[in-house]
Write a protein that binds this ligand. Structure first.
Ligand code: GRF
Length: 184
């Protein structure tokens, strides 16, 4: 089964997928909208093809998503896994990959959607946050939830220590959910 990962950041989740044992899929393409993203080096090290684009060079979301969809089709890609791709997915990709686009978000949704979910939870002073893997719809972190794990916020946590624990959970959870989804 061929899959694509969309990521724009440092790529620790992408790395976790590459490191995962017996993932029943092949990551054949990394889609990235940031020319300087750390995740690009990781793809290069593993010989994974990349499609890097700048949204500002396109007239619309539809324009760049059509080009992405074309790349995916050409490569026979069946699933899209988002891992720190900081753009909303539009109708072009949603229709082409209905029920096949999955995201990981660092909170226990529906709490703390959107940017800096870890910072939001930390500032809110709640006792617990978490990690969610969910299907994508047109909203911001609103699609049907597949799997969630709670992560306690400890009395002596800083935002950094909390982030470390959340990311450790992400790196374990995402490959596990991907395995289950694809084997279904
Ligand atoms: C992760 O926390 C993920 O949940 C969120 O973006 C972050 C990406 O981190 N959607 P990385 O680039 O995988 O290290």
């Amino acid at each position: 089964v061929k899959v694509a990962v969309f990521a724009s950041g440092k790529g620790s989740n992408f790395q976790a997928m590459l490191d995962a044992d017996n993932l029943p899929c092949e990551i054949v393409l990394l889609v990235c909208d940031q020319q300087q993203a750390g995740v690009l080096d990781k793809a290069k090290q593993h010989g994974i093809e990349t499609f890097v684009f700048s949204a500002k060079n396109y007239e619309s979301k539809e324009a760049y998503e059509s080009e992405i969809a074309e790349q995916l089709r050409k490569k026979g890609i069946e699933w899209i896994f988002l891992a720190g791709y900081m753009r909303l997915i539009g109708p072009t990709l949603l229709e082409a990959y209905e029920g096949k686009i999955v995201n990981i978000h660092p909170s226990y949704l529906p709490a703390f959607p959107g940017k800096d979910a870890i910072g939001q939870a930390f500032e809110a002073g709640v006792e617990e946050t978490g990690v969610t893997v969910h299907f994508i719809d047109e909203g911001m972190d609103t699609g049907p939830i597949i799997e969630q794990v709670a992560v306690p916020i400890l009395a002596n946590d800083t935002k950094e220590t909390l982030q470390k624990r959340i990311q450790a959970v992400e790196h374990r959870l995402y490959p596990q959910v991907i395995r289950e989804l694809i084997q279904k």
